[in-house]
Design a protein around this ligand. Structure first.
Ligand SMILES: [Zn+2]
Length: 1044
């Protein structure tokens, strides 16, 4: 996960579990209505001064906009701070954060974050954190290291689970074992390349060591890190809290333990709870299991204010060249950054963040016009805009993808724009659009609201700001409006003060150096050599012994029985249904779903691309990317953007491949339109969609180039962070016909395709393809729509949707007149209740699927040689579609293999940041590893896991844990905006889900061994593999691998 100026490092791959069989969307749910609910009643018992379980209440504040009440408390004996947010939401969250302010780049807070979760006094077994993943119904579990704090959050909807997890988290944070073996495994160690071969060379290993190598393989991360270090050079922000791979091997185990003793103390802790569970119970548990054992100390962790510079500074750094850069001759990044004010001033923070948006967000902002539209570079520089992740906030603006000689031009433009803004200010309509955005954000219920709040207040609170003050957003909006009224130059004055007259500014440039990676490797080798040379014979023997010891520890089966766990009987047999209503406008089906949406309407539409000629298909992602950004009707692209900002919460289009539930050779191919707006703005939003469908503007080649460059840059930058996904998509390319299209739309092929477009000297030929694609996609002939809104609004919404459908191309055309352009299209009933047989054309609502019965899956192994210091490895197996009874077994098996085999082999022993296997709706059983020092060995671990499964070497407890883990995704909360989406997209009804659920309960040992034999045996099934990573001799020698 990447936030703010520098990175934030997590304990495990963020959001991994959400990408799963149930459609792969993020999730949430909360009814979030503030009424005389139990939560409200209960919270009224808390009054200022009241003492409960060692805590004293010192503030109770209702925040009606967010339907919540905030209770602030202090722990009497230790001074620990506590914030409880009472809200009628069952997705309860806990988090504890510590202020961690390192003064070197050994990554001590980050390694500590990993190691504390490896075992504690009460829970001695190795790695309770990962073990709890399969013993609970947690909707979220992770840990983060930011620049100046470390945070441990989890959420769950089950109260027993909450207590279980709280107990494990408290014990981990306050009483960890911090064993030396765990430090070696998670942090760094010297070990023989092959640990049981003392003749093999000594190398550096360790999870964080490899994780951080992967982080800085991404040039954007590298730039952002340099920027923070150099703009705030005098204290903790001058070092890398996550760890510099070249400095990590300096950290000792003793230093790690002493950092824990001083920083992980209640006097340096902030506790946060959220949700509908009673506060009193949390306080009691926290007091009894942790805080009662401590006394007050002065942790001395506060961060001093950065001494201000009297002169602006300049700095230059280098990075590795990017082989996927849109223009290899333009790979320089340059920005100017300004140190702003103290973030604990919450109104100033609010104002400056709005001001920053006005300066850099969207095509109407002055910096976009002056920097992006002039096409000097490909995109804004990393960390552009406001950044409040440090004690004092920063603002940064600049470009990436520029030629080195353009640095001066960029600099001049920045100065000029600042002067112009001071002179002219901002248009009133843009300010309105921004405040409208704030309003929508308040009402739109995203997934994991509790987690969003916890991270929203974390930085400010970390520096002793008032977290409750931050939540009172409506009051800030009002004060902001008043300030503008009182002083029309309010914003201009701020620009003058913080930008024009601020000498604390840094001009940072970064350009590639061909020898960069080689040099990094050389330095690392030098450090290694230095360490190795200094070893005595005993020390060498000790290392060999320790290596064996670690393997032995990793290999012994662990008694996890001390850990609390939910049982299968804690899971409900059924789940709450989501009723939807279908209606038709002509032949266009519209699905309505009444939900408590807080006054927001969510409109979605899906159209298929069956008639689109093959040669246009690779351009569909580009088409989707630009179609809401090129202008429409009477609006040019700037006016269109303004209108979208003023009237909606966003309008987006994306390609979608929907695998059929019954047949792996069948899928729907199309495009999904999504949007949201306040109830009152629905007519305006539907008018915008109508204009986009009827008269999108495809005339501005210059603007298209801007969008193409940004898209190409974004894709290239995304590979180091999502390498495992690219590897997985590639590995699945030859296994299903949907997989082939997936690779074209979302794989490395698409990245390369965009790069080729970006390199074209003229884009007229590309521009001319867009209206052709439009003809096939933007009509209602094969469309279906869905609306999620409050009950009261649905009648009004249906009128607007009907008007839209009647007024876009294709309406009223008889289906019979239309010939299917390709013979391989088949029809299926749209409503799952009617599905089951194929339907003759024209009888009721249908969807048209691509059907390729003659598709032959074949094995293909591809190695993409990329200049990364780590690998991303994936292997896919073609298995069964969603409705096949074996699907559920394979789904459980995937969790079982991940938790009981692959985690140990790939992460613990192999030193990769992550690894496991997923089964998605695509029917592909997908093994993966992330930031992995190994490649071929990892593939062999994938294969061994299958042998392990076939041998049936797992217990009933293992199976139950894997089931729990599947249920935690199946039952994960869904946001009101996404209710009914599985039905709308995939035709999965509640009845079908219930059937899967019953099968899930019934999965047993024999069934799991059976599916492993039946579907995962080479020879019976087809496998595909892909590796993204550095040059590799053994792969190069192996003729079964294709090198790219
Ligand atoms: Zn980490």
């Amino acid at each position: 996960m990447f936030v703010g100026a520098a990175g934030r490092w997590c304990r495990r791959i963020a959001e991994r579990r959400e990408k799963d069989a149930e459609g792969g969307r993020p999730v949430n749910h909360c009814t979030c209505r503030w009424n005389s609910s139990s939560v409200g009643e209960r919270i009224r018992q808390y009054t200022v001064g009241k003492k409960i379980h060692g805590f004293t209440v010192n503030q109770v504040t209702a925040v009606p906009d967010l339907f919540l009440t905030a209770v602030k408390l202090n722990h009497d004996n230790t001074g620990a701070q506590y914030l409880h947010i009472a809200r009628d939401d069952p997705n309860n969250l806990f988090s504890v954060q510590f202020r961690t302010t390192p003064l070197n780049s050994t990554g001590v807070p980050h390694i500590l974050e990993h190691v504390v979760l490896c075992g504690s006094e009460k829970y001695q077994c190795r790695d309770p954190f990962f073990k709890m993943l399969t013993r609970s119904l947690a909707t979220f579990m992770n840990a983060f290291t930011a620049s100046d704090y470390t945070m441990y959050p989890f959420s769950t909807q089950n109260s027993k689970d909450f207590q279980n997890l709280l107990s494990v988290y408290l014990d981990a944070a306050f009483f960890p074992c911090l064993r030396e073996l765990d430090f070696w495994q998670e942090g760094w160690r010297l070990e023989h390349e092959t640990p049981d071969d003392p003749g093999s060379p000594l190398v550096f290993k360790g999870v964080v060591f490899n994780e951080m190598k992967g982080v800085f393989a991404n040039n954007e991360n590298l730039y952002a890190q340099h920027l923070q270090n150099k703009l705030l050079p005098d204290h903790t922000y001058s070092v890398i809290s996550g760890g510099d791979p070249l400095h990590i091997p300096k950290l000792t185990w003793e230093e790690l333990k002493s950092f824990h003793a001083t920083h992980y103390h209640p006097s340096n802790a902030r506790f946060f709870t959220y949700g509908d569970l009673p506060l009193e119970q949390h306080l009691q548990q926290i007091q009894e299991e942790a805080l009662c054992k401590f006394h007050n100390i002065d942790p001395g962790t506060s961060v001093p204010i950065q001494p201000r510079w009297s002169e602006p500074r300049e700095c230059h750094v280098t990075c590795g060249p990017d082989s996927l850069a849109p223009d290899p001759a333009k790979q320089t990044t340059y920005s100017v950054s300004f140190l702003l004010g103290d973030i604990t001033d919450s109104f100033e923070t609010f104002t400056l963040s709005l001001l920053s948006s006005l300066l850099v967000s969207g095509p109407n902002s002055p910096f976009y016009k002056a920097l992006i539209d002039t096409r000097i570079g490909t995109d804004f520089s990393p960390s552009v805009g406001y950044d409040g992740s440090t004690r004092e906030a920063c603002f940064s603006v600049g470009l990436q993808g520029i030629a080195e000689h353009d640095i001066k031009t960029v600099k001049q433009i920045i100065t000029k724009i600042i002067d112009e803004v001071i002179e002219n200010g901002f248009e009133e309509e843009r300010i309105e659009a921004l405040l409208h955005k704030v309003e929508i954000q308040l009402k739109h219920q995203t997934t994991h609201f509790g987690l969003a709040l916890a991270t929203y207040v974390a930085t400010n609170w970390n520096h002793d700001g008032d977290p409750v003050e931050m939540l009172r957003i409506s009051e800030k909006v009002a004060r902001f409006r008043q300030s503008l009224k009182d002083n029309p130059h309010f914003l201009q004055d701020k620009v003058k003060q913080y930008f024009k007259e601020n000498p604390h500014q840094l001009a940072l440039s970064m350009s590639p150096d061909v020898g960069y990676l080689e040099n990094q490797t050389k330095v690392e080798k030098g450090k290694l050599q230095e360490k190795v040379n200094s070893l005595s014979l005993e020390e060498r023997q000790e290392i060999y012994k320790k290596g064996l010891e670690l393997i032995a520890a990793q290999s012994t089966s662990q008694d996890a029985s001390s850990l609390p766990a939910l049982e299968i009987s804690d899971i409900q047999q059924t789940f709450p249904l989501t009723p939807v209503e279908m209606s038709y406008v002509g032949e266009v089906p519209v699905q309505y779903c009444s939900q408590p949406t807080n006054g927001i309407v969510y409109f979605k539409a899906f159209t298929n691309l069956n008639t689109l000629p093959e040669e246009l298909k690779p351009y569909v992602p580009l088409f989707c990317n630009v179609i809401t950004r090129m202008g429409c009707g009477n609006l040019d692209y700037r006016q269109q953007d303004q209108q979208i900002e003023l009237k909606t919460g966003g309008m987006a289009v994306s390609p979608k491949i929907l695998q059929d539930n019954d047949n792996l050779d069948m899928y729907e191919q199309g495009v999904l339109f999504t949007s949201l707006c306040l109830d009152r703005n629905l007519p305006d939003m539907m008018q915008l969609w109508m204009d986009i469908f009827n008269s999108p503007r495809f005339e501005d080649e210059e603007h298209l180039r801007v969008l193409v460059m940004m898209a190409a840059q974004e894709l290239a930058n995304g590979i180091p962070d999502s390498g495992h996904q690219y590897a997985a998509v590639r590995a699945g390319k030859t296994l299903t016909s949907a997989g082939r299209l997936q690779e074209m739309f979302n794989g490395i092929s698409q990245v390369q395709h965009m790069k080729r477009i970006a390199e074209k000297p003229e884009l007229l030929s590309v521009l001319r393809k867009l209206p052709r694609i439009k003809m096939h996609l933007l009509n209602n002939e094969n469309m279906r729509c869905s609306v999620n809104a409050t009950t009261q609004v649905i009648a009004e919404a249906s009128k607007e949707v009907e008007k839209f459908i009647r007024n876009i191309p294709g309406f009223g055309k008889k289906k019979k007149d239309k010939k299917l352009i390709r013979s391989n299209i088949t029809e299926k009933a749209l409503n799952p209740e009617e599905a089951g047989g194929e339907v003759s054309a024209g009888s009721g609502a249908t969807k048209k699927l691509v059907f390729e019965p003659t598709f032959k899956a074949c094995q293909m192994k591809t190695h993409f040689q990329l200049p990364f210091p780590v690998n991303y490895v994936s292997e896919c197996v073609r298995t069964v579609p969603y409705m096949n009874p074996d699907f559920t077994k394979l789904h459980v098996l995937a969790r079982l293999l991940t938790a009981k085999f692959l985690h140990r082999e790939i992460r613990e022993k192999g030193g990769a940041y992550g690894g496991g296997v997923n089964l998605s709706h695509s029917g592909l059983f997908t093994f993966y590893s992330y930031r992995d020092p190994n490649s071929i060995d990892t593939i062999s671990a994938f294969r061994r896991s299958v042998d392990w499964a076939k041998a049936g070497k797992f217990t009933q407890e293992d199976i139950d844990e894997a089931k729990l883990s599947v249920f935690s995704t199946v039952d994960a909360p869904v946001a009101p905006s996404d209710k009914g989406l599985d039905r709308f997209l995939y035709g999965i009804s509640d009845e079908m889900k219930q059937k899967r659920r019953e099968e899930l309960f019934a999965v047993d040992h024999g069934g799991l061994v059976g599916v492993a034999n039946k579907h995962l045996t080479t020879g019976h099934s087809t496998w595909g593999a892909a590796i993204l990573g550095p040059e590799n001799e053994s792969i190069a020698r192996d003729p079964t691998w294709v090198q790219r």
